[in-house]
Design a protein around this ligand. Structure first.
Ligand SMILES: *[C@@H]1O[C@H](CO)[C@@H](O)[C@H](O)[C@H]1NC(C)=O
Length: 323
């Protein structure tokens, strides 16, 4: 009896210890989860992340087409280039996943400037193509400065402050002697935030004196902003650079996540064994059992002892009969 009570007590004590262990582990886990979620709040995907990504990056792109007499043989090629670049910009996606929404203006210049289309007049790519195909070249001297000053005014009047402003100047590098100071005109435009690509239109534009002019007009670095219409893959090159500018100029605000929600990760390792359950309530009373087997026969009884003084009553009885 005594040893089994010992065992019971010991078992009960052990169970108590185990239960405590489980409880501690459980609490520990809760605490770590809480810590983790506090540690990386910026990792979570903000609710408003998508709305901002869906907002397009605005690009205002202007083509300045050389329409002087020296550009006669290249005029059609210039128009095709502008049209091809515009087409390629449609539906372009930036690295951040944002779309690019562009408005395109077109000016051609010689001794005067013809504003073929301003940003406000942008009615989409088909309209632009329809407008560009019939324009004929002017064919006088090259007054590049006028084209630039007219464009600067258009940017001032029509452009959105946050837009990427890109001017593509097509030019053979030779101005009319009476053309006003081109560098101060370009500086004004650049101060408005306009980046200048200069595209020499003829092989002669690559001659040292001409390319020096073009290089001074172009934004820097020249490797990015200075090209020639006769270069192989010129449309691709310009598209690549414009896309890079938009990627740099239209970053997503830091608090906004550019990424899509990732795939669901693999499931974690199985959890720890739970605490043992409480004792159940007592079961219902069972049915009456079957009758037991009949018992073993009893032991044989011992010898009956002889009666002695027990005769006393008998003795009295017999005495009464006598009286
Ligand atoms: C626009 O170009 C014309 C030449 O066609 C020039 O006379 C005029 O000064 C230019 N306008 C501006 C605002 O630069």
């Amino acid at each position: 009896m005594v040893p089994s009570l010992h065992w019971l007590l010991l078992l009960w004590g052990l169970q108590g210890l185990c239960a405590q262990d489980y409880e501690e582990d459980y609490e520990e886990e809760v605490v770590t989860t809480r810590k983790k979620s506090k540690q990386f709040p910026s990792n979570s995907i903000p609710q408003n992340g998508r709305a901002r990504i869906d907002e397009d990056c605005g690009l205002e792109l202007a083509f300045l087409i050389d329409s002087s007499e020296s550009a006669k043989d290249n005029h059609a090629q210039e128009k095709r280039f502008a049209s091809d670049v515009m087409t390629r910009l449609q539906g372009l996606r930036l690295q951040t996943g944002r779309g690019l929404s562009s408005r395109v203006a077109l000016l051609q210049y010689s001794s005067h400037v013809i504003i073929e289309q301003t940003f406000k007049q942008w009615r989409g790519p088909d309209d632009f193509k329809a407008r560009i195909s019939p324009i004929v070249y002017i064919g006088h001297g090259t007054y590049t400065t006028y084209a630039i000053t007219n464009l600067t005014r258009i940017y001032l009047e029509e452009s959105a402050p946050s837009s990427i402003k890109v001017a593509v100047l097509l030019f053979d590098g030779v101005s009319h002697p009476r053309n006003p100071d081109i560098f101060s005109a370009v500086a004004d435009a650049k101060n408005q935030g306009v980046r200048f690509f200069t595209i020499g239109i003829t092989p002669e534009a690559n001659e040292p004196a001409n390319i020096a002019q073009l290089r001074l007009i172009a934004s820097s670095p020249a490797s990015r902003y200075l090209h020639n219409l006769q270069d192989r893959g010129i449309v691709d090159k310009v598209i690549k650079e414009i896309t890079a500018l938009a990627d740099e100029g239209c970053p997503l605000a830091q608090s906004q996540c550019a990424c899509d929600k990732g795939e669901r990760g693999p499931s974690g390792p199985p959890g720890k064994k739970g605490r043992p359950g409480e004792d159940g309530s007592p079961g219902s009373k069972g049915q009456k059992g079957e009758g037991g087997l009949s018992g073993l026969p009893g032991r044989e009884g011992g010898e009956v002892s002889r009666g002695g003084k027990g005769d006393f009553l008998g003795h009295l009885e017999s005495k009464g009969k006598q009286g």
